[in-house]
Design a protein around this ligand. Structure first.
Ligand SMILES: [Cu+2]
Ligand SMILES: [Zn+2]
Length: 193
């Protein structure tokens, strides 16, 4: 290939890459408990952080473990979603820890009415590539995640977050502005409830 031809190929490749639209995804959470919710995921491009927004309701007040579990299999409810998504075979930890499961998103906080407003930015999960969470399950737990600092074996595996109260499979949304507008409409609706 001539130098000009290879430069043209490179230019075409770069322009395709940079015109890639942001990726949007959504999970609708429910389970055996009354807890319900919706989580939206947005990633501008590969290597960029993933932004999570959305809401949960009917939780007990306080902190609740919040993770990505490895399988999108809800055949037996939240129980069949597998363990925390952990492609690197690491120990359980806090979202800010270097040593953490990819799926470790820490805790969400429910107010006295049991409502959670989710606003999380995470640079470890992705909506594409090795750490992709598309087709996996977002899980909310009964208890607080101790972030691997509980001093026992279970802490390094699950954070002692207890039962699985609600979950939903992370699925792709259409790319572009329509899905982003969709995510913005969640909040006014939620406030009026
Ligand atoms: Cu979990
Ligand atoms: Zn974990």
């Amino acid at each position: 290939m001539t130098r000009l031809a290879s430069q043209l190929v490179l230019l075409a490749y770069v322009s395709i890459r940079t015109t890639n639209a942001a990726i949007h995804a959504k999970a609708v959470l429910s389970g055996a408990s009354p807890v319900k919710g919706t989580v939206y995921f947005t990633q501008e491009s590969e290597g960029q952080p993933v932004i999570l927004t959305g809401h949960l309701r009917s939780l007990s007040p306080g902190y609740h473990g919040f993770h990505i579990h490895e399988y999108g299999n809800l055949t037996s409810g939240c129980a069949s979603a597998g363990a925390h998504h952990n492609p690197g075979s690491k120990a359980h930890g806090a979202p800010s820890d270097r040593d953490r499961h990819v799926g470790d998103l820490g805790n969400v906080w429910a107010d006295n009415n049991g409502n959670v407003r989710i606003n999380i930015t995470d640079s470890t999960i992705s909506l594409q590539g090795t750490n992709s969470i598309i087709g996996r399950t977002v899980m909310v737990h009964d208890k607080k995640d101790d972030l691997g600092k509980g001093g026992d074996t279970e802490s390094k595996m699950t954070g002692n977050a207890g039962g699985r109260v609600a979950c939903g499979v992370v699925g792709l949304l259409p790319t572009g502005r329509d899905s982003f507008k969709l995510s913005l409409t969640v909040f006014p609706d939620h406030r009026n409830r």
